[in-house]
Design a protein around this ligand. Sequence first.
Ligand code: IPE
Ligand code: IPE
Ligand code: MG
Length: 221
Amino acid sequence: MALPAVVPRHIAIVMDGNGRWASKRFLPRIAGHQQGVEALKRIVRACAKHKIAVLTVFAFSSENWSRPAEEVSGLMELLAMALSKEVSQLKRDGVQLHFVGARETLSDRVKHGFDSAEASTAENNTLVLNVCFNYGGRWDMVQAAKRLVHAGLAINEDSLARSMALAHCPDPDLIIRTGGETRISNFLLWQAAYSELYFCDVLWPDFDEGELDIALQAYAS
Ligand code: IPE
Ligand code: IPE
Ligand code: MG
Protein backbone atom coordinates (compact mmCIF):
# COMPACT_ATOMS: atom_id res chain seq x y z
CA MET A 1 0.00 0.00 0.00
CA ALA A 2 1.35 3.47 -0.91
CA LEU A 3 2.03 5.62 2.11
CA PRO A 4 -0.36 8.53 2.59
CA ALA A 5 0.92 12.05 1.88
CA VAL A 6 -0.26 13.45 5.21
CA VAL A 7 1.49 11.65 8.04
CA PRO A 8 0.55 12.49 11.64
CA ARG A 9 3.36 13.81 13.81
CA HIS A 10 1.97 12.23 16.95
CA ILE A 11 -0.10 9.02 17.15
CA ALA A 12 -1.65 7.81 20.41
CA ILE A 13 -3.06 4.30 20.81
CA VAL A 14 -5.45 2.65 23.29
CA MET A 15 -4.08 -0.88 22.98
CA ASP A 16 -7.28 -2.79 23.77
CA GLY A 17 -8.37 -6.38 23.19
CA ASN A 18 -5.59 -8.46 24.73
CA GLY A 19 -7.96 -10.37 27.04
CA ARG A 20 -10.39 -11.25 24.25
CA TRP A 21 -7.51 -12.33 21.98
CA ALA A 22 -6.46 -14.82 24.68
CA SER A 23 -10.02 -15.98 25.52
CA LYS A 24 -10.69 -16.80 21.86
CA ARG A 25 -7.72 -19.18 22.04
CA PHE A 26 -8.62 -20.63 25.47
CA LEU A 27 -5.42 -19.08 26.85
CA PRO A 28 -4.98 -17.14 30.11
CA ARG A 29 -5.41 -13.38 29.73
CA ILE A 30 -1.71 -12.81 30.43
CA ALA A 31 -0.90 -14.63 27.16
CA GLY A 32 -2.84 -11.88 25.39
CA HIS A 33 -0.85 -9.23 27.21
CA GLN A 34 2.40 -10.97 26.20
CA GLN A 35 1.32 -10.88 22.55
CA GLY A 36 0.39 -7.25 23.14
CA VAL A 37 4.04 -6.49 23.91
CA GLU A 38 5.01 -8.11 20.57
CA ALA A 39 2.42 -5.97 18.76
CA LEU A 40 3.85 -2.86 20.40
CA LYS A 41 7.36 -3.75 19.24
CA ARG A 42 6.05 -4.10 15.65
CA ILE A 43 4.23 -0.78 15.78
CA VAL A 44 7.25 1.06 17.23
CA ARG A 45 9.31 -0.15 14.27
CA ALA A 46 6.55 0.79 11.80
CA CYS A 47 6.20 4.29 13.28
CA ALA A 48 9.95 4.86 13.05
CA LYS A 49 9.83 3.70 9.42
CA HIS A 50 6.96 6.10 8.64
CA LYS A 51 8.92 8.96 10.27
CA ILE A 52 6.28 9.55 12.89
CA ALA A 53 7.83 11.73 15.60
CA VAL A 54 5.85 10.64 18.66
CA LEU A 55 3.98 7.47 19.64
CA THR A 56 2.01 7.42 22.90
CA VAL A 57 0.49 4.17 24.11
CA PHE A 58 -1.96 3.39 26.92
CA ALA A 59 -0.51 0.37 28.72
CA PHE A 60 -2.17 0.47 32.17
CA SER A 61 -4.89 2.83 33.32
CA SER A 62 -5.59 4.29 36.76
CA GLU A 63 -8.73 2.07 36.70
CA ASN A 64 -6.92 -1.16 35.76
CA TRP A 65 -5.99 -1.78 39.43
CA SER A 66 -9.55 -3.01 39.88
CA ARG A 67 -8.84 -6.09 37.74
CA PRO A 68 -8.29 -9.47 39.45
CA ALA A 69 -5.11 -9.45 41.58
CA GLU A 70 -3.61 -12.23 39.48
CA GLU A 71 -3.96 -10.22 36.27
CA VAL A 72 -2.55 -7.05 37.89
CA SER A 73 0.50 -8.89 39.25
CA GLY A 74 0.97 -10.61 35.87
CA LEU A 75 0.95 -7.21 34.15
CA MET A 76 3.50 -5.81 36.64
CA GLU A 77 5.71 -8.84 36.03
CA LEU A 78 5.40 -8.41 32.27
CA LEU A 79 6.33 -4.74 32.58
CA ALA A 80 9.42 -5.59 34.67
CA MET A 81 10.43 -8.23 32.08
CA ALA A 82 9.95 -5.82 29.18
CA LEU A 83 12.03 -3.18 30.99
CA SER A 84 14.90 -5.60 31.41
CA LYS A 85 14.64 -7.26 27.97
CA GLU A 86 13.56 -4.60 25.48
CA VAL A 87 15.19 -1.32 26.48
CA SER A 88 18.62 -2.06 24.98
CA GLN A 89 17.11 -2.73 21.53
CA LEU A 90 14.92 0.37 21.76
CA LYS A 91 18.02 2.34 22.67
CA ARG A 92 19.85 1.01 19.59
CA ASP A 93 16.83 1.89 17.45
CA GLY A 94 17.01 5.53 18.53
CA VAL A 95 13.81 5.48 20.62
CA GLN A 96 13.51 8.05 23.40
CA LEU A 97 11.43 6.52 26.19
CA HIS A 98 9.12 8.32 28.61
CA PHE A 99 6.89 6.72 31.24
CA VAL A 100 3.82 8.80 31.92
CA GLY A 101 1.56 8.32 34.95
CA ALA A 102 1.53 8.22 38.76
CA ARG A 103 4.67 6.54 40.05
CA GLU A 104 4.20 6.67 43.83
CA THR A 105 2.21 3.44 44.01
CA LEU A 106 4.54 1.42 41.75
CA SER A 107 7.20 -0.93 43.12
CA ASP A 108 10.78 0.28 43.57
CA ARG A 109 11.89 -2.18 40.88
CA VAL A 110 9.52 -0.64 38.33
CA LYS A 111 10.36 2.93 39.37
CA HIS A 112 14.09 2.27 38.97
CA GLY A 113 13.41 0.57 35.64
CA PHE A 114 11.54 3.66 34.42
CA ASP A 115 14.29 6.03 35.60
CA SER A 116 17.13 4.07 34.02
CA ALA A 117 15.26 3.47 30.72
CA GLU A 118 14.52 7.20 30.46
CA ALA A 119 18.07 8.21 31.35
CA SER A 120 19.70 5.78 28.93
CA THR A 121 17.52 6.82 25.96
CA ALA A 122 17.31 10.57 26.66
CA GLU A 123 19.70 11.51 23.82
CA ASN A 124 17.81 9.47 21.19
CA ASN A 125 15.79 11.25 18.53
CA THR A 126 14.35 8.79 15.99
CA LEU A 127 11.01 8.34 17.79
CA VAL A 128 9.64 9.55 21.13
CA LEU A 129 7.74 6.68 22.79
CA ASN A 130 5.48 7.64 25.72
CA VAL A 131 4.26 4.64 27.68
CA CYS A 132 1.25 5.64 29.77
CA PHE A 133 1.33 3.42 32.83
CA ASN A 134 -0.86 4.00 35.88
CA TYR A 135 -2.15 6.90 33.81
CA GLY A 136 -5.53 8.58 33.61
CA GLY A 137 -6.53 11.81 31.87
CA ARG A 138 -8.22 13.02 35.07
CA TRP A 139 -5.12 12.21 37.12
CA ASP A 140 -3.06 14.25 34.64
CA MET A 141 -5.27 17.35 34.95
CA VAL A 142 -5.26 17.13 38.75
CA GLN A 143 -1.49 16.66 39.03
CA ALA A 144 -0.93 19.59 36.65
CA ALA A 145 -3.25 21.85 38.69
CA LYS A 146 -1.63 20.75 41.97
CA ARG A 147 1.83 21.57 40.65
CA LEU A 148 0.72 25.08 39.67
CA VAL A 149 -0.93 25.67 43.05
CA HIS A 150 2.19 24.41 44.82
CA ALA A 151 4.35 26.83 42.80
CA GLY A 152 1.92 29.68 43.48
CA LEU A 153 1.21 30.12 39.75
CA ALA A 154 -2.05 31.10 38.06
CA ILE A 155 -4.12 28.33 36.47
CA ASN A 156 -4.99 29.04 32.85
CA GLU A 157 -4.93 27.06 29.60
CA ASP A 158 -1.28 27.83 28.85
CA SER A 159 0.07 27.11 32.32
CA LEU A 160 -2.00 23.91 32.63
CA ALA A 161 -0.83 22.69 29.20
CA ARG A 162 2.78 23.28 30.27
CA SER A 163 2.26 21.27 33.48
CA MET A 164 0.60 18.26 31.87
CA ALA A 165 2.48 14.98 31.75
CA LEU A 166 2.91 15.16 27.93
CA ALA A 167 4.12 18.76 27.83
CA HIS A 168 7.26 17.56 26.03
CA CYS A 169 5.18 16.66 22.91
CA PRO A 170 2.70 18.28 20.54
CA ASP A 171 -0.90 17.09 21.07
CA PRO A 172 -1.75 13.85 19.24
CA ASP A 173 -2.99 14.29 15.67
CA LEU A 174 -4.50 10.81 15.61
CA ILE A 175 -5.83 8.59 18.41
CA ILE A 176 -6.37 4.93 17.54
CA ARG A 177 -8.35 2.50 19.69
CA THR A 178 -8.21 -1.17 18.78
CA GLY A 179 -10.55 -3.87 20.14
CA GLY A 180 -13.88 -2.53 18.93
CA GLU A 181 -14.91 -0.27 21.83
CA THR A 182 -15.67 3.31 20.84
CA ARG A 183 -14.75 5.18 24.01
CA ILE A 184 -11.77 7.10 25.39
CA SER A 185 -11.59 5.33 28.79
CA ASN A 186 -9.86 8.27 30.54
CA PHE A 187 -6.98 8.44 28.03
CA LEU A 188 -5.59 11.83 26.92
CA LEU A 189 -8.63 13.92 27.92
CA TRP A 190 -6.91 17.31 27.68
CA GLN A 191 -4.64 16.56 24.73
CA ALA A 192 -7.41 14.96 22.60
CA ALA A 193 -9.24 18.25 22.09
CA TYR A 194 -8.54 18.31 18.32
CA SER A 195 -7.30 14.78 17.61
CA GLU A 196 -8.82 12.64 14.88
CA LEU A 197 -10.30 9.48 16.43
CA TYR A 198 -9.95 6.11 14.70
CA PHE A 199 -11.61 2.98 16.07
CA CYS A 200 -11.05 -0.49 14.69
CA ASP A 201 -12.26 -3.97 15.61
CA VAL A 202 -8.85 -5.63 15.35
CA LEU A 203 -7.69 -6.91 18.73
CA TRP A 204 -4.41 -5.31 19.81
CA PRO A 205 -2.25 -8.49 19.56
CA ASP A 206 -3.33 -8.77 15.89
CA PHE A 207 -2.56 -5.12 15.08
CA ASP A 208 0.33 -4.89 12.64
CA GLU A 209 1.96 -2.59 10.11
CA GLY A 210 -0.80 -3.25 7.55
CA GLU A 211 -3.47 -2.23 10.07
CA LEU A 212 -1.45 0.88 10.93
CA ASP A 213 -1.27 1.75 7.22
CA ILE A 214 -5.08 1.48 7.00
CA ALA A 215 -5.40 3.86 9.97
CA LEU A 216 -2.91 6.26 8.36
CA GLN A 217 -4.85 6.17 5.07
CA ALA A 218 -8.06 6.99 6.96
CA TYR A 219 -6.30 9.86 8.70
CA ALA A 220 -4.89 11.24 5.45
CA SER A 221 -8.31 11.28 3.82
C1 IPE B 1 -5.93 -3.97 27.07
O1 IPE B 1 -6.51 -5.21 26.85
C2 IPE B 1 -4.69 -4.05 27.93
C3 IPE B 1 -4.87 -3.52 29.30
C4 IPE B 1 -5.89 -2.85 29.73
C5 IPE B 1 -3.77 -3.76 30.22
P1 IPE B 1 -7.65 -5.77 27.78
O2 IPE B 1 -7.02 -6.55 28.89
O3 IPE B 1 -8.55 -4.66 28.23
O4 IPE B 1 -8.42 -6.73 26.80
P2 IPE B 1 -9.97 -6.95 26.68
O5 IPE B 1 -10.62 -5.61 26.46
O6 IPE B 1 -10.42 -7.57 27.97
O7 IPE B 1 -10.12 -7.86 25.52
C1 IPE C 1 -8.18 1.02 28.29
O1 IPE C 1 -8.66 -0.27 28.12
C2 IPE C 1 -6.89 1.01 29.03
C3 IPE C 1 -5.74 0.41 28.35
C4 IPE C 1 -5.72 -0.05 27.14
C5 IPE C 1 -4.55 0.34 29.12
P1 IPE C 1 -9.68 -0.94 29.16
O2 IPE C 1 -10.05 -2.25 28.61
O3 IPE C 1 -9.10 -0.91 30.52
O4 IPE C 1 -10.91 0.09 29.13
P2 IPE C 1 -12.44 -0.19 29.39
O5 IPE C 1 -12.51 -0.90 30.71
O6 IPE C 1 -12.92 -1.03 28.27
O7 IPE C 1 -13.08 1.17 29.40
MG1 MG D 1 -10.25 -3.84 27.46
